[in-house]
Design a protein around this ligand. Sequence first.
Ligand code: ADP
Ligand code: ZN
Ligand code: ZN
Length: 718
Amino acid sequence: MAHLIPVLVQTPAHSQIGGALTYRSESPLTPGTLVRVPLGRRETLGVVWDGAAAHDASLDPSRLRPVSTVLDALPPLGPNWRELVTFAARYYQRAPGEVALSALPPPLRDLSEVQLQRRLRRKTPPAGATAGPPASPEGTEVPAGQAWPLSAEQQVVMEQLRHGEGTFVLFGATGSGKTEVYLQCVQELIERQPDAQALVMVPEINLTPQLQQRFLARFAPQFGAEAVVSMHSGMTHPQRLRSWLAAHLGTARIVLGTRMAIFASMPRLQLIVVDEEHDPSYKQQEGARYSARDLAIYRGQREQARVILGSATPSLESWYHSRPRAEGGRYTRLHMPSRVGDQARLPLVRRVDMNHQPRRAVIAPPLLEAIRQRVAAGEQSLVLLNRRGYAPVLQCSACDWKSACPHCSAYRVFHKIDRSLRCHHCGFAEPVPRACPECGNLDIAPIGRGTEQLQEHVAALLADVRRPGSQTPEQPQGLAVNVARIDADSTRLAGSLQSQLAQVHSGEVDVLVGTQMVAKGHDFRRITLVAAINADNALFSSDFRAPERLFSLLMQAAGRAGRDAAVSGHSEMWIQTFQPQHPLFDALKRHDYPAFAEQQLRDRASAGLPPFSFQALLRAEARTQEAAQGFLDAASAAAQAQLADLPGFELITLYPAVPMTIQRVANVERTQMLVESPSRKALQNFLAAWHELLHTVRQGEAGRGLLRWAVDVDPLAI
Ligand code: ADP
Ligand code: ZN
Ligand code: ZN
């Protein structure tokens, strides 16, 4: 007898085939089993899915195509994993096949059953079998990592975690020992339950080596190096396959990873940690635009796994949901306000009122003086500017010419190092013209300032300072101050970030200039001064989340200063601003995230913004603005005309379509339309019904000239 088997395959985004396809098999197949099936003329990887196969009674089962191979060397993907995929696909408005297949490691798509069996036989030795300390990813010895005796605050938190359940927000200052809490929670779990697994997520690939070392040092001696695996997009395909298999088979007890790791198959998942949970990197920005943090909460609930969301500046959503239960909070808030260690005080925050500084001063004289003193004392400073390149635009002094990108509605940035004009949106680059391309004038000048120029400028300002102790008989004047730079340009080559960080750690660098990428997570023990040069930009942004992001960035940056107890007695965070009285800086000065959050939440509540409402964006891309707008207008009209009877429709607000902030990128016009509702359920119902209509609109007149459309649920940038 032939069995009808529903199978998910990777379908092109938005193809009408939303659900599973039906295949024929001689034997019944368990849901979650991996199979190879014919699709068109190819053969492709599929996952046997739940539910009855969609079957048209008139269809002769013998005409269905058969499953080609059953990869039954591998245990089927479990019901929890399938449920997660189904939920994510529905919630983020994508095809389940797309979500399921992109969550599997790429090599799985190409392995034959024989290769897979060979791979599984070659499986890792049993946990605990390795002798001696394991090698870290860089090949250096991992130091023995013992558990610290916990501080009083850490103990209280651990007690609450032991006895509570559900989702926790661990609100802890940078350096308060959150990571130590994660480590000890994981340890208690995997010691108590011999097969339990934990998932620990960080926002950036760059942060994984550091974390991996810490976890290996702690757990490899007892559980073997195989007990800890990583999952992120910077790994090679074979590495990803190995980690994935170890997690799926349960050999890996701990999975460390970036947002993609939320889809790891972990049959015995008991604990999920989302470190720096406020970080926007947890939101995928293409394909299925999922939030790994939000999926972690869903997954935790569903699998009865504890979820810890850690941050010094929680997202306002998590903060709000962790308000006292009596007020309707759903998560448990845990608090660790102090840094670990005797003298490890939080840095002093100083505001520099730029209204009272010499005009055009990039670095105010008192800040410069403070940096000089740090250099003289052999300490390091970090100067932050969120703009890479030399200057954001070149301009002709005689005519109107500016270095606009011909393909985008943006200026090309001047990079002095290779004398190029580069567009940071589409990548278009050209050598800097010798003269103005419009009028031939030779005088074209940079306007504004990026990190390249800041590095040059700081070095010039400190030209008369010598590195302390650098005078030798051969070099009686001593050495010049070393000003280094770390940003996306300086770290383009693989491994360059690690080597640049190593230089900072070794003390070769006196002043480090960088973008926000250095403010995130990296531990700089010898930096005692952090300065934000131009913090004001975000205060005037049209994005309602800009203040939240600025506050967390500055708090995080301040946290970089003086994590070493020996020097932190006098560590400082300097903020140059034209708005010194702004409440954001006031709260920052007091390291008072709760006050900041309260004020923001009040604003959000009165404006009806998240977390008091729920949003989605419909985005459209076309060759012309009219085509993109036309599609969105038609989509809106179709909703009004055909969905008005939908339950909850009165709770939906459809805003007019507006061009995106950078409306043209690589010759593509981009427009978006905001949909908002005070009810998540109403919004979800609406989006599901609308999705069908959007396909129809796309096929009709209004879809002409449209290149792409996509729905972004819970968007982070509007
Ligand atoms: P966070 O993750 O909150 O920034 P970490 O867990 O990284 O903080 O802790 C900061 C530093 O303090 C680390 O070097 C860590 O090893 C150390 N540390 C953490 N807990 C303790 C403790 N109970 N006693 C001594 N040192 C600790
Ligand atoms: Zn000109
Ligand atoms: Zn461009």
